[in-house]
Design a binder for this molecule. Structure first.
Ligand code: CP3
Length: 348
């Protein structure tokens, strides 16, 4: 059993820096593409045995320190009556633009609407049998709203930003509904076996600090508060948010996921010693030759050396075209921190 991921989340000493990769189950793996050649993405997410299979695929290749359940941040929105498709990018059938549409959302209990997520988590826990901890996840309310209002992924998410200024109360009503639903969703995941949860705020970076506080951070705080009694580590990942780091550090989550844009030691200095940090090798760095990948990964590790509570990861999701050899180079570089941990233990 390696519990170094969970220990690092709590800023406890570890034998080596833990490593997992955002989007580690996915299209850069030929075995994932083979599964996808047989089933469409939504069927994959909705079939627990298949979701577990693709969650396990990266762990068979690499000695990663956590598994993440295979799903998508948008899937639980089906519990609100939202219809969507993936090709591979998500598309919302009827984007939400009016107060009437927000009021017409019909939240159902997650256990009823998306039972397959809990079933997959329980199966994944059983399959790993204590060897590797399991991460559950959800999208942050702002990021989910960005998709719901825009209808698709789009640079800047201008439709939601315009609605924020035109009809702030409508956006707040939407965020409130999403927040309640995500608390239900994450609690279901923990009850089913998730040992830590990550909240993805992939698009919060399009906001300035004042709007971020009101339309993103405030709702994440509520989710974290809504999970407190469960005593599981919560990771809050903010993408594109170098200007939001100090604020994001006050979400209540014990771990802050740092995107690739800020040198991680600078992020650490800015947020203070009370949080564990996750990240933040640039996903594109994995397109370098293996020895350069190793050098760049070591740079991130060195910036965090000696600070308790570092979880090595990319600074955003792994890209579909990533060479497998680069992931091996990254894994081997992180494993070398075991020697450093041993030296530190002797010196203590
Ligand atoms: O991390 C994992 O391995 C678990 C699976 C996972 C997926 N999506 C599978 C997926 C996770 C954690 C997500 C989160 C997610 N989904 C985020 C937050 C993380 C981030 O990257 O910022 C966001 C913004 C989405 C929305 C989404 N879903 C997009 C933009 C896309 C298409 C483009 C892309 O990045 O792949 C998806 C589809 C999707 N979700 C795929 C996978 C493996 C590709 C679908 C396919 O197989 O065809």
């Amino acid at each position: 059993m390696t519990d170094r991921f969970l220990r690092a989340c709590r800023r406890e000493p570890v034998d080596q820096t833990p490593l997992w990769l955002m989007r580690q189950a996915g299209r850069y793996l030929p075995e994932y593409r083979a599964v996808r050649a047989e089933v469409d993405f939504l069927t994959l997410c909705r079939t627990p045995a298949l979701a577990v299979e693709v969650s396990l695929q990266p762990l068979r290749r690499f000695p990663l320190d956590a598994a993440i359940i295979f799903s998508d941040i948008l899937l639980p929105l089906e519990a609100l009556g939202v219809r969507m498709s993936f090709n591979p990018a998500p598309k919302i059938a009827e984007p939400i633009r009016t107060r009437a549409q927000v009021d017409a959302l019909t939240p159902r209990p997650m256990a009823e609407a998306v039972p397959f997520v809990g079933e997959a988590l329980t199966l994944l826990r059983r399959a790993l049998d204590g060897r590797t901890p399991v991460i559950g996840f959800c999208g942050a309310p702002f990021t989910l709203a960005a998709y719901l209002v825009q209808g698709e992924g789009k640079e800047g998410f201008g439709a939601l930003k315009a609605l924020i200024y035109r009809e702030p109360a409508t956006v707040e009503a939407l965020l409130e509904t999403l927040t309640t639903a995500m608390i239900d969703y994450l609690r279901l995941q923990v009850a089913a076996g998730a040992q830590a949860v990550q909240i993805f705020d992939s698009w919060a970076g399009v906001l300035a600090p004042a709007t971020y506080e009101r339309f993103a951070l405030r709702w994440v705080r509520r989710i974290v508060d809504g999970l407190r009694d469960l005593d599981v580590p919560v990771i809050y990942f903010v993408n594109g948010g170098p200007h939001l780091l100090e604020a994001a550090a006050t979400s209540g989550a014990g771990v802050l996921g740092v995107c690739w844009r800020t040198p991680i030691d600078q992020a650490a200095a800015r947020v203070g010693p009370h949080l564990a940090l996750q990240g933040n090798l640039d996903p594109h760095a994995l397109f370098a030759a293996p020895d350069e990948v190793a050098r760049l990964a070591m740079d991130v590790l060195t910036r965090m050396a000696g600070r308790p509570g570092h979880i090595m990861n990319l600074g955003h999701g792994i890209l579909p075209e990533t060479p497998i050899a680069s992931v091996h180079a990254l894994v081997e570089t992180v494993a070398a921190t075991a020697d450093r941990a041993a030296v530190a233990a002797v010196e203590r």
